[in-house]
Design a protein around this ligand. Structure first.
Ligand SMILES: NC(=O)C1=CN([C@@H]2O[C@H](COP(=O)(O)OP(=O)(O)OC[C@H]3O[C@@H](n4cnc5c(N)ncnc54)[C@H](O)[C@@H]3O)[C@@H](O)[C@H]2O)C=CC1
Ligand SMILES: O=C(O)C(=O)COP(=O)(O)O
Length: 630
């Protein structure tokens, strides 16, 4: 039997994102007047040594001489070293723990600092090869044990050779001293680790570059080999999605590109090729043509509430999971609707515009209180029902109309028809979703059924109102005012012009689709939608998915997870399980959930199997998508 491979990991800027001596300098020099200059000198010496321009032993001694280090400083850094773990190392804890007997940590750094992380990774102390600090009786650091080869240049290869490892040795690290292990023949392969720092000379001397641990594991055929390395998964976010989402997705190891504006269909078709995950807001139309061009797309997120801009059926037919953030901007829309209602009742927009022109027009004519007026809410979903509560709190009477049965909150009264609601309301506020059937839900006929001088608010979707008919009704004085936040044709970016028949009309407040645009809402949406995407990418969880069956799943532990999305037709599960049995797999757990068009099967199996054997799952009749998680 072949001898097992040993994986040798550097510590600073590899297992942790810091350079120990720089972090110790920060602690030891805190408050010192010359701190910045000394810190810069320490960093320069680290850089010279790691780039191979200065012998390691000399750099180490010179750095230690520069710093007034004590045992307390060392203990302070050791106490927080787990927090300094490199992001991709933290993601791959399982690899370290399960392979601890094949791992060596090799570092010119210090035992006290490395030991806590080594213990966390389950690497035994005898496999941690590093320097030992020497202290004087007052606890001041005076140097390192000189007999340890790691305190001198060429120490790393010497220490590895002395281990007399029988099998292949693979080295991974960011510095020149790591490259030297391979150059001196003490390692069979060297991966230049570049997640924290990238040094050209080190990369040039390496067999491979590892931008993250996922890439290293993938390249070495280790734990992550069944799933794609995360950094290669491309996420494209359009329409200025909040940085909270970008940060969360990047921290999880994915590659994120973020654009400010929306793209039209042709531009999106170009942009979406090779993209694994697409994030949009309300503007970007994700049509069947776009989905057809999206050769790699696994998931799509609407970083908003509405999903009418996405062809959900076409996405499901390709096994693309679609998510949204159904509650994160609800309150923002409701607050704006309340504010706009008061502004319309008091003619605030026109009075303010007149003041800006230098006109003073103090008058109560036509201005009314909100108290006691009837608010008609069309669409009593999350937004409509929340508005109902706030409006009642402000003394309004509330009536509502919805296509489906909804719980009437407070004293709100259900109306059996839209017409009945229109006839009774002083203010009509639209909160229906953007399904195609809602096009021109409010047209000339509906406007004519509203009370004389009543007000209309549309914060739902532009096509829900026939704006030409609304402009006419407003011009004729039939409707007393309107607040419109959404339009049939909205500019793709802030640089594009806006036009509408509603421009220039009296008591009409126009806002640029900002119902959900508050800092609170955007941050909450970013965090929520990113979390849904991660749950799907990392564990196959489809909770809140709007077009595939929802399955809530925990992280896989001690098993591989196989995800299979298929057309809902007879026999798929049986075929799938026959293929799994043929591959010799032991099923540890299985979930199946279907809706009328799609089935989603999640199978957890034993760890040991040949991924090639599973390719037959792709040919099971009805398969839409097949994915393996490690
Ligand atoms: N202006 C903005 O920035 C924002 C606009 N929106 C829009 O608001 C819409 C509603 O949001 P939510 O309340 O969260 O959605 P929701 O899905 O909870 O509620 C929509 C309700 O409208 C009802 N409905 C649909 N068509 C109807 C019709 N023809 N007549 C009567 N009822 C009808 C549905 O049965 C449902 O109860 C979103 O779909 C989105 O288009 C959402 C957030 C921000
Ligand atoms: O949440 C929604 O549906 C909205 O309409 C808000 O859209 P936006 O994210 O502002 O493009």
């Amino acid at each position: 039997m072949a001898e097992p491979t040993t994986y040798v990991f550097d510590f600073d800027s590899t297992l942790v994102r810091i350079e120990t001596l720089e972090a110790l300098a920060d602690i030891a020099l805190a408050g010192a007047p010359d701190a910045a200059a000394i810190r810069a000198e320490v960093a320069a010496l680290t850089d010279q040594a790691m780039a191979g321009d200065l012998p390691f032993g000399e750099a180490l001694r010179r750095r230690l001489t520069l710093l007034p280090l004590t045992r307390d400083h060392v203990a302070e850094l050791a106490a927080r070293i787990l927090d300094e773990g490199t992001p991709s190392v933290r993601r791959n804890l399982r690899f370290f723990r399960e392979n601890a007997d094949r791992i060596v940590i090799l570092s010119g750094g210090f035992r006290e600092i490395i030991a806590p992380l080594a213990a966390h990774l389950h690497v035994p102390p005898e496999r941690v090869l590093c320097n030992d600090l020497i202290y004087d009786p007052q606890g001041r650091v005076t140097g390192v044990e000189a007999a340890n080869p790691l305190s001198e240049a060429g120490g790393k290869p010497a220490v590895i050779r002395a281990l007399g490892l029988p099998g292949p040795v693979v080295m991974i690290g960011d510095g020149w001293t790591d490259a030297e292990v391979r150059l001196a023949g003490a390692a069979d392969r060297f991966h230049a680790f570049t997640e924290i720092v990238r040094r050209e000379r080190v990369v040039a001397a390496a067999d491979a570059e590892a931008p993250s641990m996922d890439e290293f594991l993938h390249a070495e055929g280790l734990a992550g080999r069944w799933s794609y390395p995360r950094a290669r998964i491309r996420i494209l976010l359009l329409e200025n999605i909040h940085p909270a989402a970008v940060e969360r997705l990047e921290e999880a190891g994915y590659t994120v590109e973020s654009l400010k504006g929306a793209l039209d269909e042709d531009a999106l078709i170009e942009a979406v090729r090779g993209v694994h995950v697409l994030g949009v807001r309300s503007k970007t139309q994700v049509s069947a043509r776009v989905l057809e061009a999206a050769d790699r797309l696994m998931a799509l997120a609407a970083f908003c509430i509405g999903t009418n801009q996405i062809d959900l059926d076409a996405a499901a037919a390709r096994g693309v999971a679609v998510f949204n953030a159904p509650y994160s901007n609800t309150r923002s829309v409701v607050e704006l609707a309340v504010g706009l209602t008061i502004a319309l009742l008091r003619d605030v927009a026109d009075k303010s515009a007149a003041m800006h022109r230098g006109e003073w027009n103090k008058s109560a004519a036509g201005s009314r209180e909100l108290r006691g007026k009837t608010l008609g809410i069309v669409g009593y979903g999350a937004i409509g029902s929340q508005l109902s509560v706030l409006a009642e709190g402000l003394g309004m009477r509330v009536v509502f109309h919805d296509l489906t049965e909804r719980l009437a909150l407070g004293n709100a009264r259900r109306m059996n028809s839209l017409d009945a609601l229109l006839a009774e309301s002083d203010v009509v506020s639209l909160h229906v979703d953007g399904r195609t059937e809602n096009t021109a839900l409010i047209g000339a006929a509906q406007l004519s059924r509203m009370k004389e001088g009543a007000l209309l608010l549309n914060l739902s979707r532009g096509h829900v109102v026939d704006v030409g008919a609304l402009a006419q009704a407003l011009g004729a004085g039939r409707i007393g005012g309107a607040a419109v936040d959404v339009f049939p044709d909205e500019p793709a970016t802030n640089a594009d012009p806006f036009d509408s028949p509603l421009r220039g009309l009296r008591n009409v407040i126009l806002t640029p689709h900002i119902g959900g645009s508050t800092e609170e809402a955007q941050e909450a949406i970013g965090a929520f939608a990113a979390e849904r995407l991660l749950a799907y990418l990392n564990r196959g969880d489809t909770t809140f998915c709007v077009n595939l069956p929802n399955v809530q799943l925990a992280e896989v532990d001690g098993a591989h997870r196989i995800l299979h999305i298929h057309r809902n037709q007879p026999g798929v599960l049986a075929d799938l399980n026959r293929a799994l049995a043929a591959a010799g797999l032991n099923i540890l757990g299985q979930h199946l959930k279907t809706d009328e068009r799609t089935g989603y099967v999640i199978t957890d199996v034993d760890r040991d199997y040949d991924p090639e054997a599973l390719q037959s799952l792709r040919s099971v009749a009805g398969t839409l998508r097949f994915r393996m998680l490690h």
